[in-house]
Design a protein. Structure first.
Length: 156
């Protein structure tokens, strides 16, 4: 299936979906790349920032959840967030375990959304990344230009 009926179409619909998947992966990879890893891993910068946001959150369950899950294990959570963004990014870029990467991205974006509910400036990015992930999942965007397709994973 092509996006136009004339012979000048240079990408098929499946290829455009692969472009979306790769672009979303690059977005996650950039989120990983721009983080100060020393600050996150040694000083827990991201975790301490998250705790300051959770402390004044308008929904009490956010502070309770952050205190119960993140505060007791700041180093592990720093690695989970930073390396999770890397894994999601590479999974989407390379098209490897793509449905898992897209679903993990949705979960991480939802967590970011809930944590940052009072800062609507960040929410556009989270909404768009969730939407793109849903399209990747719904359209099986791993069926073109992906390791999943070459290995015949997920029906590819």
């Amino acid at each position: 299936m092509t996006l136009a009926t004339n012979s000048t179409t240079w990408l098929t619909a499946a290829e455009w979906l692969a472009v979306l998947r790769i672009g979303l992966g690059l977005w996650w990879f950039e989120s990983f790349r721009h983080k100060d890893k020393a600050a996150w891993f040694k000083r827990g910068a991201g975790i301490s920032w998250g705790q300051s946001v959770a402390e004044k959150h308008k929904w009490p369950f956010v502070k309770k959840g952050f205190d119960a899950v993140v505060v007791p294990r700041p180093k592990a959570m720093a690695y989970i967030v930073v390396l999770g963004e890397l894994a999601i990014g590479l999974g989407l870029i390379l098209g490897f375990l793509t449905p898992i990467a897209a679903f993990a991205g949705i979960l991480l974006n939802i967590m970011y959304f809930i944590l940052m509910i009072s800062d609507w400036a960040e929410q556009g990015q989270n909404f768009m990344m969730i939407l793109a992930s849903v399209v990747v999942l719904g359209a099986h965007a791993w069926n073109t230009w992906s390791i999943d397709h070459w290995l015949h994973l997920f029906g590819g």
